[in-house]
Write a protein that binds this ligand. Structure first.
Ligand SMILES: Cc1cc2nc3c(=O)[nH]c(=O)nc-3n(C[C@H](O)[C@H](O)[C@H](O)COP(=O)(O)OP(=O)(O)OC[C@H]3O[C@@H](n4cnc5c(N)ncnc54)[C@H](O)[C@@H]3O)c2cc1C
Length: 398
């Protein structure tokens, strides 16, 4: 453990085991109904609270355990083995949910709210995406100042997660329409019970059921200046820094799922006998297992490398680039591993309720990762920009 952590090595290892048993036991079981209702039951939130899943990542001043980034990510790997919607909720809880307010909130807001994350008294979602514009200077939601110095929010957001269980929304909006670049944008901490805040229902998704996706509509929603995060014009910078870290959490989600898919594929390949031999003994199957393990191993090392650098300096020169690399490579990993899992399982893998694990659900759930925190094109644009800026040479800490 890092020397500042409030738990011991033994307690941490026991906690990782506890989380795995929870997600592969009660959470997997609970998900069967959530696949139909698309809503988490109260029992899910209660179990998450009881198992410290809203607490473990927080600094001790806010009720947490002072874990470093690598330790937080290791817990994330465990809960990512479970249902995708719950993973999405818990990944967001451990990350942007509290970090944005902590990093960019005004002292009076932080004093009021930062100790309320530990037991989910508050939960904050994040809204940047719009249906009618690109993510960046092309956003259309506005927050213009009125004659009293307050901001008046108008516009719409789309594809927003956790809308059914959030108390606040981090919103990126245009504050200076005269400007043309990212400096048009600012970030706000918006109370969801403010007059003018509306949730617009969306159709159900392919996987990750229960994560509360919807659109948002703001009509003349008035915000006093204390709800501005950082400075005016800093909106995109706040979004990019927060998304960078979150991209690694997405990469870790893919790693957790890919690791579980690899393990259940191995078990199945050992058990399934055709023409007198387990398929695990066939060279074609061994090649699949080797490719799966290669991707899982390389992804793990890339994430651990990011986390080590982040723990030394959260604003180091390679945060954005390495986070995009982790996210992009994790999509390649989960794509290959989920395809190979399906081939190793044969027809049984296409059905629900396999005795080895939820193959069909894992295959669907992992597809959300293509889009969460930016599509592969966006990761490539980011990596190319950073690589061209520094001439292609990354400095490593090993
Ligand atoms: C499960 C799920 C959860 C989500 N949760 C949230 C959330 O909580 N909050 C939130 O704000 N958003 C959320 N999103 C939205 C998500 O971030 C976007 O779907 C994603 O960033 C892609 O943006 P888009 O859907 O607007 O696609 P588009 O912008 O329409 O992009 C379509 C394709 O075109 C490419 N493209 C677009 N513009 C360019 C360009 N200039 N140059 C090159 N290629 C380009 C994209 O890379 C992509 O491949 C979520 C999405 C999903 C699926």
């Amino acid at each position: 453990m890092n020397p500042n952590a409030k738990i011991t090595d033994e307690q941490f290892e026991a906690y990782l085991k506890q989380v795995r048993e929870l997600v592969e036991g009660p959470f997997d079981e609970m998900q069967k109904e959530i696949e139909v209702t698309n809503t988490f039951p109260e029992e899910f939130y209660e179990l998450a609270k009881k198992n410290d899943l809203y607490r473990f990542y927080l600094p001790s001043e806010y009720g947490g355990w002072d874990l470093n980034e690598l330790e937080i990510l290791r817990v994330q790997e465990e809960f990512s083995r479970g249902p995708g919607g719950m993973r999405m909720h818990l990944h967001h809880a451990a990350d942007m949910n509290w970090r944005i307010l902590d990093d960019y909130g005004k002292p009076e807001l932080k004093a009021k709210y930062m100790d309320k994350f530990q037991d989910k008294t508050i939960y904050c979602n994040f809204a940047i995406t719009e249906q009618n514009g690109g993510t960046g200077a092309d956003l259309h939601t506005t927050a213009l100042k009125d004659e009293n110095g307050n901001y008046v929010l108008n516009g719409e957001k789309w594809l927003i997660s956790h809308t059914d269980c959030s108390d606040f929304t981090y919103v990126i909006a245009v504050t200076d329409p005269e400007k043309s670049g990212d400096e048009r944008l600012s970030a706000f901490f918006v109370p969801n019970d403010a007059p003018g805040f509306e949730i617009v229902p969306m159709p159900h998704m392919m996987g990750c059921k229960g994560a509360g996706h919807a659109g948002l509509k703001f009509t003349n929603l008035v915000l006093s200046p204390e709800y501005l995060l950082g400075e005016e014009g800093q909106g995109m910078e706040i979004a990019i820094h927060s998304l960078s870290v979150s991209r690694v959490h997405i990469a870790m989600s893919n790693l957790g799922m890919a690791q579980r898919m690899l393990e259940i594929s191995l078990k199945r390949a050992n058990d399934r006998v055709t023409f007198g031999k387990p398929i695990a003994s066939r060279q074609m199957i061994k090649a699949k297992i080797a490719d799966m393990q290669m991707m899982v191993h390389v992804l793990r090392t890339a994430i651990y490398d990011f986390a080590r650098d982040f723990d030394i300096d959260p604003h180091n020169d390679y945060v954005t680039e390495k986070a995009a690399i982790c996210k992009l490579f994790s999509i390649q990993t989960v794509k290959l591993v989920s395809d190979e899992m399906l081939e190793i399982f044969g027809g049984d893998g296409y059905f629900e309720d396999s005795p080895y694990g939820p193959t069909e659900r894992l295959y669907r759930d992992c597809r959300a990762m293509w889009l969460e925190e930016g599509a592969p094109c966006v990761q490539r644009i980011t990596i190319a920009r950073e690589t061209q800026n520094h001439g292609g040479v990354i400095k490593y800490n090993f």
